[in-house]
Structure formats: C-alpha cells, structure tokens
Design a protein around this ligand. Structure first.
Ligand SMILES: [Zn+2]
Ligand SMILES: [Zn+2]
Length: 460
C-alpha cells in the first residue's frame, strides 16, 4: 500500500510543480514541511520523492537549506527512456517507419507554416553538412533534417516523437544487413536530392508541398530500410549505447545494456554480484553504482540484496516512460492544440493500418465483437493496428491530456459533459467499425475524422 500512496503523493507533488509553471531551481518545501503538507510519514514521502526524481521533475537537496528542488526534465533522458522501452519490445523497422510516415509529413507541414530566418539558416547548414559528410560510413548524418523539422514544427509532442523515431531509425540502419559502398552512395545521393526538395518546400512556406515531398521521401526510405530490417537476418537490433551520466559510468551502463540486448533481453537473469561486475569492468564501487542507477532509472536492471543477490535483468515499464514524457512535455509548454494535432494524426493513421488488416480473421472477429477493453474502440484500434510505437504514443497523449486538462475527450470518459451523448458516440463508433468490416478504409477514416472533430472538450 505504501507504493500506491507514494505514487499518489508523487503525482500531487508533480501536479503542484506543473501548476506553478516549473519554477526551476526553487525549493518546493523541506522534507518535514512536505510530510506535514501531504500528511504522510517520512518513509512514504521519501518513496514519493524518489519517483519525482526518477521522472526528472525534482531532486531532494540534503542539508540545512535543503528541500525538494524543481528541476527541468532533460529531453535526452526522456528520448532515451522511450527508445529503451521500444528496444525492449523488439520492434520491427516497419513499425518505426509506419509511425514516421504518419508524423513527419505533419511536422514538415507545420514547419513550412512558421519557419523564420533562423530556421532557414539551420536547414541550410544541415544540407551543407550532409554533402560534407557524404564519404562517412553509415547514414547517421541523414537524420538531422528530420529531427530539425520536428523542432521547427513548434509542437513539442511532435518534436519528441520525431526525435525518438529517428533515434530508432539510426539504430536499425547501423545494425542491419551490411550494404555495399555503391548501394550506400546511391541511397545517400537520392536522399540528399529529396532532402533539398523538402527543404525548398519548407523554406518557401509551401505547406502542402512540404507534406507531400516528406511523405514521398519516407516511402522511398521505407523501401530501402525494410531491406535492412535486422530481423530479416535473424539479428536483434542494437542501440548505440548513448546513456546519460558521467563518462565512465555511462560507458559501463552502455556495455551492460548492450549485453542485455544482445542476449535477447532475458528478464530475471542474474548478471553478477556487485564485486563480480566491478571486477569485470575494472571500475570502482562509485562508478558501478552510478552505472546501476542509470540502468535502474530506465527499468533495465534491478538490484537484489542478500545471499544470491546481485544485479538482475528487468523489463522496463511503459508507465515510467509515460510519466517522464508527460512531465517533460508540460515543461516544454505543450498546448491542447499541439496534443490534438498529433492525436488526430495517430488516430487516423492507426485506423488506416487496421483497414489494411481487416481481412485477417482475428482482426475481423475482434472488430465484429465490439471493443473489449475499458477504454473502448480507440484503444482497441491501436492494439489491432499491430503498431506498438503508435499504441504507446497514443497512450502518452491520452495520459498527458488527463494530467493537464482532465478526462480524455476521445476515450469518452466524461460523457456527461460531452456534446455527443453516449448514444451518439456509440453510433459513431459502430459506423466506423461497419466501414472497416466492409473493407472501406477511406470511409472509415472520414467517419473517424468527423467523430473526432465533433468531440467537445478539445477546444481549450
Ligand atoms: Zn531523409
Ligand atoms: Zn470515440
């Protein structure tokens, strides 16, 4: 029960930080003061603070002038947390590309609509860098434009998702089937051409062209990336181990992480005692403990004390990432319009994927049976889409909305205040499912768009 109470208190503390508008560096309260304010014991408060620290929203400063200090969540750590969670799922490259094809054209279009001279300068420098790095092995340089367009979209949620997708994409490209230098040169030249077409559209402020050229480019990328899918070779993809921390500790954390991934993520396997792991990496206890904290933060590893204890492989929980992401995006000032734009793109995209799979007997049977889960049709569609990236993005958007604005309008939790009556929502859902079962993805998407547009609670 302590765990539940502590997590409730951590949410209250985080809610307070959000309401106060992230006064980074300010002391929220001393330990005794916070215990009294929330009416909890020191043990419960410490557990709650540990969660707040894990989510990157604050840290406890010891000492006489100490207390819980508000921190700015770190974009690198949040991106990494999501990448690690996806890594643990053992994603295929297809899932990453499907999500990119949905979200990146939206980002490019938004970027075209608001680009300024600074942004134009950044885009031109990136294109310049691509041609300068043409002889480099690998395709890492080719992701910079995509990530930049995410930033220029001005939508923090979109920026984060695009960054995560590109980090995952780099990983696949770096570890897939080896390709010949000729083939690589061809890919790079074709990509540079496409990139300058996208840049031209964005710089000219031509939104439809920015969207169309980005979509066409990603289709082409999909063609050659699918050929690189590491799963085709029976190898699991690996991340370049970029973990945050001091250099030695991050190095040890990265090496341990790579071991876990390379051995197929065997949850529960013992990696060794503290002494054994220290000896193996030739590091002292302080460095090892920092490395372990990094991995524990990401839920990759857990420590057990006592006889037979040591470090064990753990399974990351999506909940921890969702919490960190929600706080990070709030700190970045994400607005309801931002969430709505991404949410609609993901909902429509998920529906498109289900429409492609509706002939599979299991999909058709589940659709015909109606939604099973408590969250209804939308969650069901995300699951049926078979795309775990999009399902997790949807969950983040939903969680974020609930933390910031109350009940999620799409889930229809708060039907009392919705413009649509429960009966109207049920009819809208049934109409969408009918179109899917008739194999008409186009009409299903149209009906979904109409359903989403009609929901109240979006306009804040
Ligand atoms: Zn590209
Ligand atoms: Zn609905």
């Amino acid at each position: 029960m302590t765990g539940t109470l502590a997590s409730r208190i951590s949410r209250e503390i985080e809610g307070e930080i959000m309401r106060r508008g992230w006064p980074v560096g300010e002391v929220l309260g001393s330990e005794p003061g916070l215990c009294e304010h929330y009416g909890v014991s020191r043990g419960v408060l410490r557990e709650a603070v540990r969660l707040v620290e894990q989510h990157g929203a604050g840290r406890m400063r010891p000492g006489r002038n100490g207390g819980l200090i508000v921190c700015a969540p770190d974009s690198g750590a949040v991106t990494q947390a999501l990448v690690i969670y996806f890594e643990h799922l053992g994603l295929g490259v297809q899932e990453v590309l499907e999500a990119a094809i949905l979200l990146e054209p939206l980002a490019a279009g938004l970027a075209a609509g608001r680009v300024d001279e600074l942004g134009i300068g950044r885009i031109r420098r990136i294109l310049q860098g691509e041609s300068e790095r043409r002889d480099e092995r690998g395709v890492a340089a080719l992701h910079a434009l995509h990530v930049e367009l995410g930033k220029l979209s001005g939508n923090p949620a979109l920026e984060l998702f695009v960054a995560v997708l590109n980090r995952l994409g780099t990983r696949f490209a770096a570890t897939g089937r080896a390709i010949s230098q000729d083939e690589l040169d061809r890919v790079k030249l074709a990509t540079e051409e496409r990139h300058s077409a996208i840049a031209d559209a964005v710089v000219s402020g031509d939104r439809p062209r920015a969207e169309a050229t980005t979509a066409a480019h990603l289709d082409a990328v999909s063609g050659w990336m699918t050929a690189l899918d590491p799963r085709v070779d029976g190898r699991r993809p690996r991340l370049p181990a970029v973990l945050h921390g001091s250099k030695r500790a991050a190095g040890v954390a990265g090496a341990l992480y790579d071991e876990i991934v390379a051995s197929g993520w065997p949850v529960g396997r013992r990696l060794g005692s503290e002494y054994e792991v220290m000896a193996r990496f030739g590091v002292n206890r302080a460095v090892l403990r920092e490395a372990v904290r990094i991995l524990e933060f990401h839920g990759v590893l857990t420590t057990r004390r006592g006889t037979g204890g040591g470090f064990f492989v753990a399974a990351p929980r999506v909940g921890a990432s969702v919490d960190s992401v929600a706080l990070y995006l709030d700190h970045r000032g994400v607005g309801p319009g931002d969430l709505r734009a991404v949410r609609e793109a993901v909902e429509i995209g998920v529906l498109g994927l289900v429409a492609k799979r509706w002939t599979e007997p299991s999909v058709a049977a589940r659709l015909a049976a109606g939604p099973q889960g408590p969250d209804g049709l939308h969650t069901e569609l995300a699951e049926l889409s078979g795309n775990r990236v999009l399902a997790v993005f949807l969950r983040i958007l939903q969680e974020l909305w609930e933390r910031l604005y109350g009940p999620d309008p799409v889930a229809g939790v708060d039907l009392d205040t919705a413009a649509d009556t429960p009966a109207q929502v049920a009819t809208a859902h049934a109409d969408i499912v009918d179109a899917l079962l008739a194999g008409d993805g186009g009409v299903a998407r149209l009906r979904m768009r109409r359903h989403l547009a009609g929901l109240s609670g979006w306009d804040r």
